[in-house]
Write a protein that binds this ligand. Structure first.
Ligand code: ZN
Length: 339
């Protein structure tokens, strides 16, 4: 399906249909492309998880050139206020978002956004900024890529055996391990790190990985000073569905509090880690003071949404395999090209 859509996007781009629609269209649908990383340098240097590398420097420049020239970019809180006040969207509204708080959003994406006059919102899990740590998927990939073992056996969170020799074995092992962790309930990160380090024989140099990968508070100040916005992405990036009441409160309230304390800004918006949300999470997010919640994937949000729909704003994931025509088609016809 994805391959067919990419072919369709390329054909529409080559036939000039996308440019024609861009020139004539007055879309009133909020399109919210969701990025994580924009630059491959640290991913290659430290063998980190490539699944969050959604574009590259030159493609991102072209993507933002399109957004800057053909869309009105809004921050998440601006979009939230417009929904709350039932204001009509401007023609072709775009909410450009980044999740997780990777440093290359400030070092690489920020100058590109500046050049094309695009406003964006970065959703951070502030535990990683404060404690100088990196998310588990990055150190899992790092350990698996650096192991010298021919087979990696882990006993937590599931019993798994991964052969490490042969073409593609390492990437398959990383995918398998990340899948197993994604299925785990009540993940014990300390236990997981000890398990992966023991099974691979590779230690995680946490502060070095964080130094080259995770934004600092000062970088976030620079981001805000240039007119962009910071939102919350939970405290430790734990999926919010299925947490105990205390843990859910901590993820929702502590993340807001710490960002406000360090940056002096009010945090009104949240991107649910992994996109995981339900009616209970929405109720608690509203009670914790948020006014907008963003999911990952789904159909685009139309204007005049119900109060609950403001806490389930769909976004269009940007992925490295997408051609520029696909991005163009997704921005222009999000109902057809969102996935
Ligand atoms: Zn995330």
């Amino acid at each position: 399906m994805v391959g067919k859509k990419d072919l369709l996007a390329r054909a529409m781009g080559q036939a000039g249909i996308l440019n024609l629609m861009k020139a004539r269209g007055q879309s009133r649908v909020l399109v919210a492309p969701a990025f994580h990383r924009v630059d491959s340098e640290a991913v290659r240097r430290f063998s980190l998880h490539c699944g969050v590398l959604d574009t590259d420097r030159s493609k991102f420049d072209a993507q933002m050139e399109l957004v800057g020239s053909s869309f009105v970019s809004l921050t998440a809180s601006e979009a939230g206020r417009m929904l709350a006040q039932e204001q009509a969207w401007p023609a072709r509204p775009a909410l450009v978002t980044f999740d997780d708080g990777y440093a290359d959003v400030v070092t690489c994406a920020l100058p590109v956004l500046r050049r094309h006059g695009v406003k964006a919102t970065l959703f951070v899990a502030p535990y990683y900024v404060e404690e100088r740590d990196v998310p588990w998927w990055d150190w899992v990939a790092h350990c698996f890529h650096h192991t010298e073992r021919e087979e990696v056996r882990v006993g937590y969170p599931e019993r798994c055996r991964f052969p490490m020799t042969g073409d593609g074995a390492c990437e398959a092992a990383v995918r398998g391990m990340i899948g197993a962790i994604g299925r785990a309930r009540d993940l014990d990160l300390g236990r997981l790190k000890a398990e992966v380090e023991g099974a691979t024989g590779v230690g995680v140099a946490q502060s070095e990985l964080a130094e080259h990968n995770i934004v600092t508070w000062n970088m976030l100040r620079q981001w805000i000073d240039e007119g962009h916005e910071v939102g919350a992405h939970g405290m430790r990036h734990r999926p919010l569905t299925g947490l105990s009441e205390n843990e859910l409160e901590l993820e929702l309230r502590e993340s807001r509090r710490l960002i406000r304390e360090r940056l002096g800004v009010n945090v009104e918006t949240i991107s649910y880690p992994g996109g995981a949300t339900d009616a209970h999470v929405v109720r608690r997010a509203r009670a914790a003071g948020y006014s907008l919640g963003l999911c990952y994937g789904g159909k685009p949000l139309l204007k005049r949404a119900s109060p609950d729909a403001r806490f389930a704003v769909p976004r269009q994931p940007v992925k490295a395999w997408q051609s520029l025509d696909y991005f163009h088609a997704m921005m222009t016809l999000p109902g057809l090209f969102a996935w």
